[in-house]
Design a protein around this ligand. Structure first.
Ligand code: GLU
Length: 304
């Protein structure tokens, strides 16, 4: 597959496009990121890299981090995790509180905020230093030990993340949070504030295209069964209440974040990351989705 030509065509097609949508501003630090940033990086199973634009610049990965924390929680807790969080799409915004009342404090899935907070609680219970454990996981996946939290972004969300405070307290009232709510939120705000580039995200996500094993170090981080489940959840729940639209347009499992990043995998073929900060009204990168739609159309294959 001539990914170099296809990425060049995508860059060309969107070169004059003013991205629609708005850069997230509910986390004040994110509002400072220029709307014009645009980059894409594809890493295939032959170990080849293809990229354009701002693909090497780090940005706030936000909810994309939920795939990494879910991976760690599945490793440490096994199938017992599913007693505390479901596997169904929510059909509601990522920060909705309303379903928790009817569902007795069991979040619909690990990729909405409520589910990610339960997963964060599992990691706070499982590791003496959960932040260090998460960074070590990313360093091992990418071979890059400079990946770190953006502490300014974490503090920015910590100062205004009222909904997440409400959510974790509400979950605790149902008995689905074991730890001190401040400790869970501190971990959660930091995981969301990890800064990575499209290149680093594509490298880290290659395990989801390669049955749980890295290409460079040939190390198995997850079993094939775990990867199947993580990818299935990305397909059905990875885009807030727009997972159907992403499947319809792009046809790959993926995860977005309010920093404007999207990572998607084509199992057995590649991992791809795209970054454009302006978000559509559902909270997904508008240009990022459009670029990935062109990728699966121009290559002629998605998972469907
Ligand atoms: N830190 C963000 C929040 O909890 C993450 C949201 C996202 O990227 O979807 O609101």
């Amino acid at each position: 597959m001539e990914y170099d030509k296809i990425l060049a065509q995508i860059q060309q097609e969107f070169s004059d496009t003013q991205p629609s949508g708005k850069v997230a501003s509910y986390i004040p630090e994110l509002a400072k990121v220029p709307a014009s940033k645009f980059g894409m990086h594809l890493y295939d199973l032959n170990g080849e890299n293809y990229q354009f634009g701002d693909s090497a610049e780090r940005f706030s990965i936000q909810s994309i981090s939920k795939v990494f924390t879910l991976s760690l929680a599945m490793k440490v807790m096994g199938d017992d995790l599913w007693n505390r969080v479901g596997v169904e799409p929510s059909g509601d915004p990522f920060n909705s509180l309303s379903q928790l009342e009817n569902d007795s404090g069991i979040p619909r899935n690990p990729y909405i905020n409520a589910g990610a907070l339960v997963v964060a609680d599992v990691l706070v219970s499982s590791f003496t230093n959960p932040k260090a454990a998460l960074l070590t996981f990313l360093h091992e996946l990418t071979g890059d030990t400079s990946i770190d939290f953006d502490y300014t972004v974490a503090a920015s969300e910590q100062s205004e993340g009222y909904r997440n405070y409400a959510m974790v307290n509400y979950l605790k009232s149902f008995g689905n949070i074991e730890n001190n709510v401040e400790d869970v939120l501190d971990f959660y705000f930091h995981q969301c504030a990890i800064a990575m580039s499209c290149r680093e995200l594509a490298q880290a996500f290659i395990i989801f295209a390669n049955q749980g094993t890295t290409l460079d170090s040939d190390r198995e981080f997850l079993t094939g069964r775990q990867v199947k489940r993580i990818n299935a959840l990305m397909q059905t729940c990875g885009f807030y209440d727009e997972a159907g639209e992403f499947s319809f347009e792009v046809g790959l499992p993926g995860k977005s974040g309010v920093g404007g990043g999207i990572v998607a995998v084509n199992p057995y073929h590649y991992a791809v990351a795209v970054w454009s900060p302006p978000l559509n009204h559902k909270g997904n990168s508008a240009l990022g989705m459009a670029a990935l739609e062109r990728l699966t159309t121009l290559t002629g294959y998605s998972i469907f």
